[in-house]
Design a protein around this ligand. Structure first.
Ligand code: FES
Length: 139
């Protein structure tokens, strides 16, 4: 049985792992740099195109900002819009933290605001895995 001290240490390590944004890869449709197509409000991304141990930045039609797909250790995914809710500044990964270029708001890998001035979390899109595709409901 795990004692309380060991449990807390393990839990804190899990929290720290969630808070830090893993290494970022970039995914665009071929070398032309065109955004990925959105079909009936759904963005389909082959799982094989996503980083297995980190995050992948995706440009998709009609979103107006890049999308970050985060793969967790348990194999689940989160899709975050990299657009700051404060005044629509671009959000980028800097040293493992999602940071807004304009006024410095920061967000964790779940999109939760960790430092203002933004008072809102990043927009998250529902995701499902179907076969070998990640489906992101962006519409
Ligand atoms: S627009 Fe992002 S902190 Fe102001």
């Amino acid at each position: 049985m795990m004692d309380r001290r060991r449990f807390l240490r393990t839990a804190c390590q899990a929290c720290a792992a969630l808070a830090v944004v893993p290494a970022v890869a970039s995914l665009e449709s071929c070398s032309s740099g065109k955004p990925l197509a959105v079909d009936n409000g759904t963005l389909n991304i082959p799982l094989s195109d996503l980083s297995k141990s980190g995050t992948t930045v995706v440009r998709a039609q009609g979103l107006g900002a890049k999308l970050m797909v985060v793969r967790r250790d348990d194999g689940s995914y989160t899709a975050l819009l990299l657009n700051c809710p404060h005044k629509n500044g671009p959000v980028k990964e800097k040293g493992g933290v999602l940071t807004c270029d304009w006024h410095g708001s920061t967000f964790d890998s779940e999109g939760k605001v960790t430092k203002g001035p933004s008072k809102q979390d990043l927009k998250r899109y529902p995701v499902t895995v179907e076969g070998d595709q990640l489906r992101v409901a962006v519409g």
